[in-house]
Design a protein around this ligand. Sequence first.
Ligand SMILES: Nc1ncnc2c1ncn2[C@@H]1O[C@H](COP(=O)(O)OP(=O)(O)O)[C@@H](O)[C@H]1O
Ligand SMILES: [Mg+2]
Length: 244
Amino acid sequence: MSFAGKKAAVDALVDVNLTIPENCFISIIGRSGCGKSTLLRIISNLIPPTKGEVHIHGLPSAAYQRRKRFGFVFQEASLFAWKTVYQNVELPLEIMGLGSAAQRREKVLDLLHLVRLDGFADHYPAQLSGGMRQRVAIARALSYEPDILLMDEPFGALDDFTRREMHDELIRIWNARGLTVVFVTHSLSEALYLSDRIVVMAPRPGRVKSIVPVLRPRISDPTLRATPDYIHQLQELEALIHEQ
Ligand SMILES: Nc1ncnc2c1ncn2[C@@H]1O[C@H](COP(=O)(O)OP(=O)(O)O)[C@@H](O)[C@H]1O
Ligand SMILES: [Mg+2]
C-alpha cells in the first residue's frame, strides 16, 4: 500500500504476505506507523491496496463482503451518546433491515447476555465504565454475525485491570462464537495472552518482520501470566521487537 505524499509516496505496507487460518486469533503488533491500521482497512476492503490482493474463503475481499460483513471494534467505543445500550447494539440490524423488531430484540438481548451486560439495556453510554462501553461495541460488532472480527487497539484506552478482564471476556466470546479475530495492539503481553499467532511488524516501510506461533492453550487463565513459559516467550518477543 502506498499513499500519495506531498513530496514522495509513503510506502505504508510492502511485501505483506499473510495467511490467517479460520478460527485463529491473530495479533498484529508493532510500533506506531508500521501500517497495522492500514492492514486492517485493506483486509476489510475499506481501502483498496495499490498492489496485491486479499482473499477470504477464496473470494476477493469485496466479493466476500457482499456475503458477510466484517465486525470492527476500535479503540474508542464510538457509541451514540443519545441512544441506549440496546439501541446502539440494534442499530446495525435496523439499518440493514435484518429481521422483525421481535427477532432483533431476541438477538440484541442474546448479545448483551454474551457480553455480560444483562440489565444494562436501558442505560446510556455515559452511565457505563470504559470496559462496559467496549463490551457494547463488541456486541454491536457481532450483531450481524460476522465470521471475522477486526479489532484496532480496542483496549488501548482502558486501565490495566479492566484490560485484563476484557482479555478473558474476549477469549470466551471468541470461543463461543467461533470467530476469526485479527487484533491490533502495541502491547506485547496483550498479544501474547490472547493469540494463537503474533505477526510482528516493522516500520518504514511497514512490513511483516516475523510471525511467531504462541505456545499456550486457548483458554483464559490469568495465572498463565506468571508461568515461566509465558515470561520466557514475552522476553523473546521483546527482543524481537527491539532488534531492527
Ligand atoms: N490515508 C492516508 N494517507 C496518507 N498516509 C497514510 C494514510 N493512512 C496511513 N498513512 C501512513 O501510512 C503509515 C502507516 O499508518 P497506520 O496504518 O495508521 O499505522 P499504525 O496503525 O501501525 O500506527 C504511516 O506512515 C501513516 O502516516
Ligand atoms: Mg493504528
